[in-house]
Design a protein around this ligand. Structure first.
Ligand code: PAF
Length: 284
């Protein structure tokens, strides 16, 4: 696995592959890798001849300096995992490579229709930070395909929209959420859970699954279902930010005639901010 730190070098490496007719799949990450990331790499390997992964803890998408400082960084372990997973090049730029004029002066990419709702309501500027870094990384790596987890469903839709609107010639592939045995979605933020919280954390997935099962069973009173699920989360110690039933295509509030839905939630359990979602497809 080749280690690359500069945008010039990643351009040379991927340019050589491209000229040799090899396709490139890209897995952007912020490191501290877990089974969910490795599933993204596995999917990427099925999409192209070469896989590039990146690790960059993007300051522009953190709206809280303490959260950025505390974000777990495990570069040695990450390198070993990516090497073993068959990644061809690991791009680890520093902030000057990504934001050559500094963060305050950096050109921003915004996807306004999808960025102010759900997580965006509670993390102002977060998705502009994500869209900006992803656009910059796409231009540096120039992949044919890029892979993102469905756990960050809103992020996935924002990146799909960005690619469509700005005509990036990149196929965006979403990969199903990888869960621990009790249903908790893998996340770097699970490390913030104290042991008693960890035992309760899978309630988030259970609450979402309960809403999904009720919808599949015929319920269409989405607000009441969401409200009951929120109360259930509060009763086990969560401080929920939101839980809602949305249209899968654009995250607008779901109506009774919509067929493809997503039930999404976010909330704090102790110091950990957890997010999760499940899909529902209703037959017409
Ligand atoms: O999902 C993440 O890890 C990050 O938001 C991403 C896509 C790597 C951008 O920094």
């Amino acid at each position: 696995m080749r280690l690359v730190a500069t945008h010039e070098e990643i351009g040379v490496v991927t340019g050589r592959w491209r000229r040799a007719g090899e396709g490139i799949a890209f897995v952007p990450t912020m490191g501290n890798l877990h089974a969910g990331h490795l599933e993204l790499v596995r999917a990427a390997r099925g999409l192209a001849d070469r896989v590039v992964a990146s690790i960059f803890v993007n300051p522009l998408q953190f709206n809280d300096g303490a959260d950025l400082a505390a974000y777990p960084r495990t570069p040695e372990e990450d390198r070993a995992l990516l090497h073993a997973a068959g990644v061809d090049a690991l791009f680890m730029p520093d902030a000057a490579q990504v934001y050559p004029r500094g963060m305050a002066a950096a050109t921003r990419v915004e996807v306004p229709a999808l960025s102010g709702i759900l997580c965006g309501e509670f993390r102002p500027g977060h998705f502009t930070g994500v869209a900006t870094v992803v656009a910059a990384l796409f231009n540096m790596v120039r992949p044919d395909a890029a892979v993102f987890g469905e756990k960050d469903y809103q992020q996935l839709l924002i990146i799909r929209r960005l690619v469509e609107d700005l005509r990036f010639p990149i196929r965006i592939e979403g990969v199903a959420t990888v869960r621990e045995e009790d249903g908790l979605a893998y996340s770097s933020r699970n490390a913030y859970l104290a042991p008693p919280e960890r035992r309760r954390a899978a309630e988030l997935y259970r609450a979402l699954s309960g809403v999904r099962d009720a919808i599949v069973g015929g319920r269409r009173d989405y607000s009441a279902l969401a409200e009951a699920a929120l109360r259930r989360l509060e009763s086990v110690g969560f401080r929920p930010e939101y839980l809602g039933v949305r249209r899968a295509a654009d995250l607008a509030p779901a109506g009774p005639d919509d067929r493809e839905l997503r039930v999404l939630a976010a909330g704090y359990l102790g110091k950990a901010r957890l997010i999760d979602n499940v899909g529902v497809v209703l037959s017409s």
